[in-house]
Write a protein that binds this ligand. Structure first.
Ligand SMILES: Nc1ncnc2c1ncn2[C@@H]1O[C@H](COP(=O)(O)OP(=O)(O)OP(=O)(O)O)[C@@H](O)[C@H]1O
Length: 267
């Protein structure tokens, strides 16, 4: 068990593998959604998972966080722990944070109360008795508030926040759990241009200390922020590299264009 005093970046210097997906296959009642997928996640890296609709990207995140169990394969931590054998809450405790596409904050609670709830969940019941008085917030919470840009909004009900602000709040709640790996599904969908830009900068700052994996369809966003891109197609790893490298891969172009041609033929 690593010392809780160590920060994720001290545990895993840049470039070290923090999670290894090995030969994962997922079947939904006989339909193979992921077919022998491999994926290496490294520390301090902003890693995008792209591919046409139905490629298996979300399913892959679901496998890593334990929401979906594969029929075969492993998801290994550096100490050899296989996450496919763990339950969702155990995986969260092992430092894997998952954000789903729709924000799931408590609309009736303020920003501060939502963060406190996440902080309490993380640290256990005694945390509530740690002696902070009414208006006070913990140092960790203060740092997170600054990072997600909601310091001036702490007393606003989450339900009254903009779509982008809700997404940042949820990311903040995950950050309080100090995950080593953060998994996000289409975080900028439905955001304004300004919110998209702020989210990109936020993810970049988070990836300075953690491994961040983003499933994304917005190619402009990927181009702007990706350090590494993995392309999935029909449940398999098609290729990976920098955005420039995968863009220049003719098979990637064919996969995307092929999809579009099929759609054009239908409409
Ligand atoms: N619970 C499920 N039951 C049956 N089929 C499923 C289930 N979840 C996903 N699928 C199917 O598995 C395939 C992969 O789905 P997945 O959502 O992982 O793809 P994706 O790459 O994330 O697609 P998108 O970009 O459209 O979100 C799709 O054909 C989808 O219809």
């Amino acid at each position: 068990m690593p010392s809780p005093l160590l920060k994720p970046n001290e545990l895993h210097p840049k470039g070290k593998t923090v999670l290894s997906v090995q030969d994962i296959t997922v079947s939904f009642s006989g339909f193979v959604a992921v077919n022998g997928m491999n994926l290496n996640l490294r520390s301090n890296e902003l890693h995008f998972l792209i591919g046409p609709n139905g490629a298996g990207k979300t399913t892959m995140l679901d496998v890593i966080c334990g929401k979906t169990k594969p029929v075969s394969g492993k998801v290994l931590l550096p100490d050899g722990t296989d996450l496919t054998r763990k339950k969702e809450h155990q995986i969260a405790r092992l430092g894997i944070g998952r954000k789903f596409q729709a924000p799931s904050v408590f609309g009736g609670l303020t920003v501060k109360e939502n963060l406190e709830l996440a902080d309490d969940q993380n640290k256990g019941a005694f945390h509530s008795l740690r002696g902070l008085r009414g208006g006070e917030i913990s140092h960790a919470m203060e740092e997170v508030l600054t990072q997600i840009g909601l310091t001036d909004r702490i007393l606003v009900r989450a339900g009254a926040l903009s779509h982008g602000e809700k997404q940042w709040l949820e990311i903040g709640m995950l950050l309080l759990q100090e995950p080593h790996v953060l998994l996000l599904d289409e975080p900028v969908a439905g955001m304004t241009d300004d919110e998209t830009l702020k989210t990109g900068e936020l993810l970049r700052s988070i990836a300075k200390k953690r491994s961040v994996v983003v499933v994304e369809h917005d190619m402009e966003f990927v181009r702007q922020y990706a350090e590494k891109v993995t392309v999935m197609h029909e449940g398999k790893l098609l290729t990976e590299g920098t955005m420039l490298e995968v863009q220049q891969n003719p098979v990637v172009a064919e996969v995307y264009l092929g999809k579009r041609r099929k759609q054009d033929a239908v409409t």
